[in-house]
Ligand binder design. Structure first.
Ligand SMILES: [Cu+2]
Length: 290
């Protein structure tokens, strides 16, 4: 009696001859170029905080560069995801296992190289941008690492519940209720507080620095042309926190000179009764509120 014929091995699935790499790569390339062009030429010009100071312009530029680098990564993930769902999905009634795959050196090496290059590139880029703009408009603390050359105009910003006032050490220590700055000038803000923690946020200037009592927080910015900008407190500081907003102005240098001269003359009696200019103040009794 002849032995029963052994069962035939299942037929091998037909070899997939489609070039998946190319079918993913080409749409990715086209969509990435389109997305990056839209980001750079359509989106970037409208991106807050605008371009009306050195820091604002740098922030806009940096965010756009990061978006240009991030968009192709996101598009790749979405295309790969969609492609896998459509092309590699299991057919109905197909209970066979997929091929056993044990690693893929080329893909792993490419992945590690590309992601490392992106992360390290952004690290270097971000550091250079931060150093080159003397802190990019953020508070650097009492002894800034990145100081600009020349002699910036010093302006002390004093947060208090619920108003910012401004003191001018190079103009007799006068304290003003509003902020005007000369155009095309490096400004050195000294941000402090008399009571609780506030945050000085000059939106269109791209400046944001915490105002802490008893602490001198330095932030640099270079103004450009004339501008009206928004000033907000960006740190919840009590019931009237939302009331701490006002307009500041960047004006031509001769207008600024006229304004500060007028402020000095008008505030002579108040300036006499103020404590001398200091990098920080400790009012007595210690003010607390909220
Ligand atoms: Cu506040």
């Amino acid at each position: 009696m002849a032995a029963e014929a052994p069962p035939r091995p299942p037929a091998a699935p037909p070899e997939d001859r489609r070039n998946h790499v190319l079918r993913i790569f080409i749409p990715w390339l086209i969509l990435s170029v389109i997305a990056d062009l839209i980001i750079w030429f359509v989106w970037k010009p409208h991106l807050p905080p605008g371009t009306m100071s050195s820091s604002a312009e740098d922030q806009q530029f940096t965010i756009a560069v990061m978006a240009v680098m991030a968009a192709p990564v996101m598009i790749f993930v979405l295309i790969y995801f969609g492609y896998a769902l459509l092309v590699w999905r299991q057919k109905p009634d197909d209970d066979t296992d997929g091929p056993a795959i044990h690693g893929n050196t080329r893909i792993q090496a490419t992945w590690i190289t590309v992601t490392s290059a992106i992360v390290l590139g952004l690290f270097v880029f971000g550091t250079v941008e931060l150093v080159a703009t003397n802190g990019a408009g953020a508070g650097q603390g009492a002894s800034p690492i990145w100081k600009p050359g020349g002699t910036p105009l010093q302006v002390q910003v004093i947060g208090q519940q619920w108003k910012f006032t401004y003191r001018w050490p190079s103009y007799g220590g006068v304290e003003t209720a509003t902020l005007e700055l000369p155009s095309n000038r490096m400004i050195e803000f000294h941000v402090t507080s008399l009571d609780v923690i506030h945050s000085f946020w000059a939106y269109q200037l791209g400046v944001k620095a915490d105002a802490n009592p008893g602490f001198d927080n330095v932030a640099y910015v270079t103004t450009k042309g004339p501008l009206t900008f928004d000033i907000h407190c960006a740190e919840l500081c009590g019931v009237w926190h939302g009331y701490m907003f006002e307009k500041g102005r960047v004006v031509r240098p001769n207008q600024f000179s006229a304004w500060i001269t007028q402020q000095r003359a008008q505030n002579v009696p108040a300036t006499k009764s103020l404590p001398p200019y200091s990098k920080q103040y400790f009012p007595d009794p210690q003010r607390r509120g909220g």
